[in-house]
Design a protein around this ligand. Structure first.
Ligand code: GLP
Length: 261
């Protein structure tokens, strides 16, 4: 795992955006996996800025999002469809016909999950997958103790996640209990994962992900088995890491072609 630690989240978003640009520039038709939540917002703002200044284009990109709530239609302001439009898609030159998110309102959800997996394959797999992490170690909406071999599927949220995500709803009772999410195996097949985490609230999950045993009780820990993962942390999210100095040492000794900034 490549661990990059920055003083503040803004600096993390900048290095993440540079990595994003590097990967996009090496593929003629990049396939990107995108995440929602509060954490990637700074990254998306930086990507929009790069786009506006002519440094980055999304016109040849195809996108697949990680997850969506069951029962929230795309026009619902709390849906991830809406989040993606207002925080990224409407402000860059991505072709709307190349945008994909799980359909949380499909009549046959299980078939929709199978179709989503097929679509990802059809486009040749995901080159770069952006991830956040839940305070309980979830990635996408893959909650602790779920199968580490899962594919895109319907999941029931944990009470903890419902509580954490209630800030985006008027009433915690309105948070859907069911979601569609890419599975862990789907994420593991992506060619490069870029996981961002900030703040002390994430520190324990971050420690378990990077230095804990690989276990379904912390789904993100499976990323230790992924061939190419970059984890960008602020100091607060990194403060429980035993080998923090080592990660900084490694970054300080990178060769030029291994650097993003
Ligand atoms: C949500 C999303 C995840 C996200 C996580 C953390 O449940 N499904 O993809 O990584 O929560 O969210 P935040 O970045 O707001 O802390």
């Amino acid at each position: 795992m490549e661990i990059l630690i920055r003083d503040i989240p803004e600096e993390g978003a900048q290095v993440a955006a540079k990595l994003f640009k590097k990967i996009l520039s090496t593929r003629p038709q990049p396939v990107i996996g995108l995440a929602t939540g509060g954490t990637p917002l700074r990254l998306y703002r930086e990507l929009i800025r790069m786009h506006q200044s002519g440094e980055l284009s999304f016109k040849d990109c195809t996108s697949f999002n990680l997850d969506e709530y069951v029962g929230l239609p795309p026009e619902d302001e709390r849906s991830y469809h809406h989040y993606m439009r207002s925080n990224l898609f409407d402000q860059v030159d991505i072709d709307p016909s190349r945008i994909h998110l799980p359909d949380g309102c499909a009549g046959d959800l299980r078939q929709a999950c199978r179709d989503y997996e097929e679509k990802i394959k059809e486009f040749g797999g995901i080159d770069l997958q952006v991830l956040g992490i839940g305070a309980n170690g979830h990635i996408g909406f893959n909650e602790p103790t779920g199968s580490l071999a899962s594919r895109t599927w319907v999941k029931i949220l944990s009470e903890q996640t419902i509580k954490d995500n209630a800030i985006y709803f008027d009433d915690p009772e309105e948070v859907p209990r069911h979601v569609v999410t890419m599975g862990i195996a789907t994420v593991m097949e992506t060619r490069h994962c870029l996981l961002l985490a900030n703040g002390a609230k994430k520190a324990d999950a971050v420690r378990r992900m990077i230095e804990g045993p690989v276990s379904a009780s912390c789904p993100a820990s499976i990323l230790q088995m992924h061939k190419r993962v970059t984890i960008v942390l602020d100091e607060e999210a990194a403060y429980l890491l035993t080998f923090k100095d080592h990660y900084k040492w490694v970054e300080g000794n990178k060769l030029d072609w291994q650097k993003y900034d």
